[in-house]
Write a protein that binds this ligand. Structure first.
Ligand SMILES: Cc1cc2nc3c(=O)[nH]c(=O)nc-3n(C[C@H](O)[C@H](O)[C@H](O)COP(=O)(O)OP(=O)(O)OC[C@H]3O[C@@H](n4cnc5c(N)ncnc54)[C@H](O)[C@@H]3O)c2cc1C
Length: 397
């Protein structure tokens, strides 16, 4: 049994119950924080079973680290891998380093810490929410034939949010013109000597309108001992709409739209990826791609909303802002959404004041990250002309 958080809490009296739509990181951060406030929280998650984390890596940022240690009783250093340097490759495979200490964590390690913290009776998987409707003094959450009455609803159903429009008239994400191919390799499966090239380093290669990154992340169950970690790489490659469709259509011809899960890449697309790696990448990075059994891919999207609350329904995580992965801030933003709401509910004198302050703060940060991400994509030459023009044409709301 872990110790409870030492934070003193004074629950806002109007919020005794909350319903969370979506049980990924964004929903879980909110659920755990609200439970800390003494709120009776229920999470409904559409997918059944434990999600496949795809082993994907996440840069450990301050709000996530604070959340894990303060609300989950987990020492983030125990489930993350340190890097001491940034390493920059040139095309001929040579590299130079600069000192930069950071920690890398995996999606799965964060997810497991949050799920462990939340009473399992509060989490209902395989239960899609079909409607989130306001009523005086609260919200009705519709799940199957049941209607659950809650005082506050958190909509955390991700970038493809079905319920975003209930709160914001805008915010549907737009394709930015490039994809992230990704891969993870168990450290023990790396070819001789390659582990030492990437160990303790956050590696970068900026090519012509392309960028490649690599860092180590924890292995299964947050394992961080040498030999049990994984190399995690991300390769940003431009693709027009037809190219995106090709990449995300799997080996059986099924179209997946904006992402391709591991294990499904079509042989022709995989062959092209390997060819491209041989032509474009410095040797150590090429070897990573060649030794990856199941590369997967995600479309890079831009999305932002002009509001994050309507009556007692709040948008959080990627349902509100989808920011570029170059910012390394999506999980961080979702954690900060929850911490800010926790603090506002705890400290401000009324529910209206708390929600107003929360929304103001989160819109400002979401917009800043959105613009920062588009700017980084532009600097790397990755933005499609239409995505750059559309992003530039959008004045700050
Ligand atoms: C493979 C991968 C790699 C990533 N890498 C990074 C990274 O390196 N750095 C980083 O900062 N971020 C990364 N992210 C993004 C980061 O995980 C998210 O930004 C963060 O988790 C917040 O997401 P979210 O919970 O808002 O949305 P999501 O993770 O998209 O979750 C939305 C959830 O809502 C559920 N849902 C949808 N509709 C309904 C419904 N009607 N009823 C109930 N449930 C519903 C979905 O099943 C899903 O579980 C990555 C994400 C993925 C998938």
């Amino acid at each position: 049994m872990r110790e409870r958080s030492v934070l003193a809490v004074t629950p806002v009296s109007d919020i005794k119950s909350a319903g969370v739509v979506g049980g990924s990181l964004g929903g879980l951060f909110q659920a755990v924080a609200l439970a800390e406030l003494g709120v009776d929280v229920t999470v409904w998650e559409r997918s059944a079973g434990r999600p496949d984390d795809r082993g994907a890596g996440i840069v450990l940022q301050p709000s996530v680290a604070w959340f894990l240690s303060t609300f989950c009783g987990v020492d983030p250093d125990r489930i993350s891998v340190p890097v001491t340097h940034r390493q920059f490759f040139s095309r001929d495979g040579r590299s130079h380093h600069t000192l930069m200490e950071q920690r890398m964590i995996s999606w799965g390690a964060i997810y497991a810490s949050l799920r462990d913290r939340l009473d399992s009776a509060r989490y209902h998987d395989g239960q899609p929410v079909t409607a989130v409707t306001p009523r005086p003094g609260g919200v009705d959450v519709h799940v199957g034939d049941a209607v659950h009455r809650v005082d506050l609803a958190i909509i955390a159903d991700g970038s493809a949010s079905r319920h975003r429009g209930l709160v914001a008239p805008d915010g549907a994400p737009r394709y930015a013109g490039y994809v992230a191919y990704r891969g993870v390799i168990d450290e023990t499966e790396l070819p001789e000597g390659l582990s030492a090239v990437f160990r303790d380093r956050f590696s970068f290669y900026d090519g012509d309108r392309t960028q490649f990154l690599c860092y180590f992340i924890p292995g299964d169950f947050g394992a961080t001992a040498p030999g049990s970690r994984r190399a995690n790489w991300v390769w940003y490659v431009r693709a027009d709409a037809a190219g995106l469709d090709r990449i995300t259509t799997d080996r059986d011809g099924t179209a997946h739209g904006l992402s391709l899960p591991p294990g499904l890449i079509a042989p022709q697309v995989h062959a092209e990826l390997l060819d491209r790696a041989r032509t474009l990448l410095p040797e150590p990075l090429r070897l990573l791609v060649e030794h990856t059994r199941d590369p997967f891919a995600q479309a890079i999207l831009d999305g932002r909303v002009s509001r994050m609350r309507k009556d007692r329904r709040l948008l959080t995580g990627d349902a509100a802002f989808v920011v570029r992965p170059h910012t390394a801030a999506s999980a961080e933003k979702a954690a900060a959404d929850a911490i800010t709401l926790f603090t506002a509910l705890q400290q401000l004198p009324s529910l209206e004041a708390a929600l107003e302050a929360w929304e103001r703060n989160r819109l400002a940060e979401g917009n800043a990250l959105y613009r920062h991400g588009v700017g980084l994509g532009q600097r790397l030459g990755l933005n499609s002309p239409s995505s750059a023009a559309a992003a530039a044409g959008e004045a700050t709301p």
